[in-house]
Design a protein. Structure first.
Length: 332
């Protein structure tokens, strides 16, 4: 296609892309329970994953994150004891300026076992919301800033249940930002359906937390729409459950040279790619060790050229293939 008259030329490769305005947050999915689907947990966590051992690890990471400027902390009812660990840390440290988000809609069922038949059960009913909100409030009290429906897909009743919407609007009226997280190959459809939900003429969902990374960027346009509509946009799984932190034979030929050119690590490159999305407000680190968190936080110093961002974009997989691969990851 011909270039339109007077169209601006592409910037030279040496021109930096716009610097990110998003900030890094810390998510407790990998440390609030003994089993999860992130790669490398056999190395990352102590073999004796008792409640006390995981609490100590969580508090160590929360201390490190806060000392390095992290102020956004994300938990969920289904992340084992994540809300409990976070609440205890908040009680002990009383850190100013934090933003606490959590999620309801999955019930943790693993009984603190890695080999459980089912680790969590999904239910977006009003009854589950009322039960889990009470559980969250019992731990976090009025420190809960953001409460999201966990892993909404386009067929979720959370998008169509007027009684649930009314209850969520009541929570919002008490100062809690109401939102949703998404998962699956149709994230964009779920986000757009959520943006259309209103109560008494006002938009209900004001926060969106979605999977976005160089392998699965398909939700990007819908997240841009959510951001433009005034929603708080959070990115989860920016490292693709560890696939981008320890690149395989397909990814290493791209991430290796790019990381070397930027003087950093593959995980920092992947997180920086999310930080550079103009619609992102918070990008979550899901680190399970102090070394991982320190490495993740280096993403804040990464500045890409447009050419480097375009190179990362070439890693994208079809959403169906990405989510099929994710569904096959073992709990370990």
């Amino acid at each position: 296609m011909a270039t339109p008259p007077h169209a601006p030329a592409d910037p030279p490769a040496s021109t930096p892309a716009p610097e990110p305005t998003a900030r890094i947050g810390f998510g407790l999915a990998a440390v609030g329970r003994p089993g999860y689907i992130n790669l490398g947990r056999d190395r990352d966590l102590p073999p004796d994953r008792t409640v006390d051992a995981m609490r100590r690890r969580t508090h160590e990471l929360l201390d490190l994150a806060y000392a390095d400027g992290v102020r956004d902390f994300d938990a969920a009812r289904s992340y084992g004891r994540s809300e409990e660990f976070l609440a205890q840390w908040l009680d002990q440290r009383e850190p100013p300026g934090v933003v606490v988000s959590s999620k309801w809609g999955y019930t943790y069922t693993a009984g603190w076992r890695v080999d459980a038949e089912a680790h969590e059960i999904k239910d977006h009913s009003l009854a589950t919301y009322e039960r889990q909100l009470a559980e969250t409030r019992a731990l976090l009290g009025d420190r809960l800033d953001v409460y999201q429906v966990h892993s909404v897909t386009p067929d979720s009743p959370a998008l169509t249940d007027p009684a649930l919407h009314r209850a969520l609007a009541e929570l919002a009226a008490h100062g809690v930002l109401v939102g949703l997280s998404t998962s699956g190959p149709a994230q964009a459809d779920a986000i757009r359906a959520a943006l259309a939900v209103t109560v008494d003429g006002a938009p209900l969902f004001r926060s969106v937390q979605s999977t976005w990374n160089p392998l699965e960027p398909s939700a990007g346009p819908a997240l841009a729409e959510a951001h433009a509509a005034g929603c708080r946009v959070m990115v989860k799984e920016a490292l693709a459950n560890g696939r981008l932190a320890a690149p395989d034979s397909r990814l290493a030929p791209v991430l290796g040279p790019l990381s070397a050119a930027l003087g950093t690590t593959p995980d920092a490159v992947a997180l920086a790619a999310a930080l550079h999305q103009p619609w992102a407000d918070v990008v979550l680190s899901g680190a399970a060790t102090a070394a991982q968190l320190t490495s993740n936080l280096r993403a804040r110093q990464v500045v890409f050229t447009p050419t480097q961002l375009a190179t990362l974009a070439e890693l994208a997989e079809p959403p169906s293939a990405y989510w099929r691969h994710r569904a096959g990851l073992p709990w370990n």
